[in-house]
Design a protein around this ligand. Structure first.
Ligand SMILES: Nc1ncnc2c1ncn2[C@@H]1O[C@H](COP(=O)(O)OP(=O)(O)OP(=O)(O)O)[C@@H](O)[C@H]1O
Length: 610
């Protein structure tokens, strides 16, 4: 339960709605408990008025509610029996209508409030997810992230809406009913309440079982979602390796686990409801038997009207009491779900915003100073006393074997991770002193693995700069040499990409991703091996365009191919997170058996073969 404290702030936010809702619950129950009193009155009134033989007038006048007493006084002024019975009928109907009306308002306030809370909570989680660092995303699966924002939030809503409603309904109805029952006949009330301890013990044990089973269900559901999500996103790999059957088997195994747990819970719930009905039945039986006995003996102030009233009260409590289990299980599930949500909400982003960010217009001077970096989860030392200085407007190529630390270097510059030792300076300022927003707005990064949204081509490019207009988008596409292909699509820039639209080639995706980076017009650009999927002709065209575009910008180009067309100020060869060769194209070619010289020779050979 303590986990649910996290949503207290929402109850406070919607306190007026909640307060009014609680009043509506009380009012609907208030009008509900008046019905047995009016019915009891008629049952006593008819034989009294008719003077039926054997009629025993009550020794003590029944204590009705204020409103009912007022109504009776008004009605008794009328003489006719039929009139009184008809009026009582009308009043019972009116009470039912009033009860229904307040039930409607109760749902309109409490359930609507729960939907608002659900909306706020989803936004809170989404916002928090966005602040979390790359390490967090590496540790947690997408399926799990999705499950917490969707399934878990809706379980918490079952608490903030229906569960609260049922709980307050139960408490207010039982309080009102017991209050009037006790006022009517204390002794019979005790008999009615006798099965209560058994009821409480049953609920306690069943709840514990439900709680354990619910937690298991949630965990298996999370596995199932992760499994399904990975299957869909990796569908091409699955199909090309003909692994559909294996994946299905895997899914069925997870699914079976979920089914087993869910059936287990259903069994407990199946036993629970009949038990509650039985206990309620025992209460009714006790009322009729004991009340009847007292009535026959005439030793106690119990009339037929009292018995009828009590039976009506008990039946009235039937649904709310039987819903205790359901309510408790909703609360247990919500607590388990909120615990999972809190785990993520309590995760602090490893990359912290500086207390007071330095505000500067970055020019593009980059310095890596004795940078060390180790990936904590794998223990891999990806940067090893790395030093590099790039002046404003310079173009630097980074080459090196796969796994040598090129991407890590770019990630560190974008502050996706913080360095372990050393520092990275931009215009002489440690990047940890810059606001993340400013830093990432000034550095455009084209990643190795392209990601495009299921959106229009235009919106995918505009993602880099929300306020860009159509002309800016087109200009960026031209620079990335993808404009011609886009205009060839049936709907041009409005063509949908991905699941709901066209499937692009690897090279087209790369160039749209480049256009997205170029549109930002930043002072620094990092291209991370982003021309690997384009042909030589397009590569030449893009490099030609980039030469103009990058004129006054600082550019770091990570590549596995050597671009002789590009006038690099410096070329750096990385190995095991440190620089092993550094200089201009000519400098590096002069190193005998150097990595760069070999790479160049191999490339020349392949190009000749082509
Ligand atoms: N997120 C990560 N978590 C743990 N280890 C990582 C992570 N990313 C990279 N590594 C490891 O760090 C080392 C450097 O990787 P990095 O991606 O920087 O190399 P790279 O030079 O860019 O390689 P490539 O040319 O194949 O892209 C590798 O040994 C890699 O396994």
């Amino acid at each position: 339960m303590k986990h649910l404290k996290a949503i207290q702030k929402y109850f406070w936010k919607y306190r007026v709605r909640l307060g009014v809702g609680l009043i509506f619950i009380f009012l609907s129950n208030y009008f509900n408990v008046l019905t047995p009193q009016v019915t009891g009155y008629v049952i006593d009134f008819v034989p009294r008025k008719l003077g039926l033989p054997g009629y025993q007038p009550p020794k003590r006048a029944p204590q009705y509610d204020y409103l009912v007493t007022k109504f009776i006084n008004w009605m008794e002024g009328m003489s006719g029996l039929t009139q009184v019975v008809a009026w009582c009928g009308i009043i019972v109907l009116l009470l039912a209508l009033l009860r229904g009306f307040f039930l409607f308002l109760m749902r309109q306030t409490i359930i609507v409030m729960s939907r608002h809370i659900e909306f706020d909570q989803k936004n809170e989680i989404y916002k928090h997810y966005q602040q979390l660092d790359s390490g967090f995303y590496k540790r947690n699966s997408t399926g799990d992230l999705m499950n917490r924002i969707a399934e878990d939030v809706s379980r918490v809503r079952m608490f903030s809406g229906p569960a609260i409603m049922y709980l307050v309904n139960l408490i207010s109805l039982i309080s009102l009913a017991v209050f009037f029952m006790y006022k009517r006949d204390p002794l019979l009330t005790w008999y009615v309440l006798a099965p209560l301890p058994v009821l409480a013990i049953t609920i306690y044990f069943v709840n514990n079982t439900i709680h354990k089973k619910s937690e298991k269900i949630q965990a298996s559901l999370s596995d199932l979602t992760t499994n399904a999500q990975e299957s869909y996103s990796g569908i091409r790999v699955i199909k090309s390796f003909v692994q559909e059957k294996a994946m299905l088997g895997f899914f069925m195994k997870n699914s079976e686990e979920y089914r087993k747990n869910a059936i287990g819970l259903a069994k407990v719930e199946a036993v629970y409801f009949p038990s509650i009905t039985l206990l309620i039945g025992i209460s009714t039986l006790l009322t009729i038997m004991i009340g009847g006995l007292y009535y026959i003996r005439g030793t106690h102030n119990i009339g037929l009207d009292t018995i009828v009233e009590f039976v009506m009260y008990i039946n009235m409590m039937m649904f709310p009491v039987s819903a205790i289990g359901l309510t408790a299980s909703m609360i247990q599930r919500a607590a388990a779900s909120q615990k999972r949500i809190n785990q993520f909400l309590d995760t602090k982003p490893a990359i912290a915003e500086p207390q007071k960010a330095t505000k500067v217009d970055l020019q593009g001077n980059i310095v890596f100073e004795n940078v060390d970096f180790v990936y904590t989860d794998t223990g891999i030392r990806a940067m090893n006393n790395f030093n590099l200085s790039v002046k404003k407007g310079q173009k630097v190529a980074i080459v090196g074997r796969t796994g040598s630390g090129k991407t890590t270097m770019a990630q560190l510059l974008l502050r996706m991770y913080d360095v372990n030792n050393g520092r990275i300076l931009l215009d002489g300022i440690d990047i940890r002193e810059l606001s993340l927003r400013q830093l990432r707005e000034q550095v455009s990064y084209v990643p190795q693995d392209v990601f495009l949204f299921s959106e229009t081509v235009e919106n995918n490019i505009r993602f880099g700069l929300a306020h860009a207009d159509a002309a800016d988008v087109e200009k960026a596409a031209l620079q990335a040499s993808v404009h011609k292909e886009i205009t060839g699509f049936s709907q041009g820039y409005q063509t949908m990409i991905g699941e709901r639209g066209v499937t692009l080639s690897g090279g087209q995706k790369q160039r749209i991703s480049i256009a997205r980076a170029l549109i930002k017009d930043p002072s620094m650009v990092i291209f991370d091996d982003c021309l690997s999927a384009v042909d030589a002709k397009t590569e030449k065209e893009i490099i030609g365009n980039l030469n103009d575009y990058l004129q006054d910008k600082t550019a770091i180009i990570i590549t596995h191919r050597i671009f002789t067309l590009f006038a690099f100020d410096k070329i750096v060869v990385l190995e095991d997170g440190r620089i092993v060769e550094e200089g201009t194209h000519q400098d590096l070619l002069a190193i005998p058996d150097g990595y760069y010289a070999n790479l160049y020779a191999r490339q020349q050979e392949t190009d000749r073969e082509k």
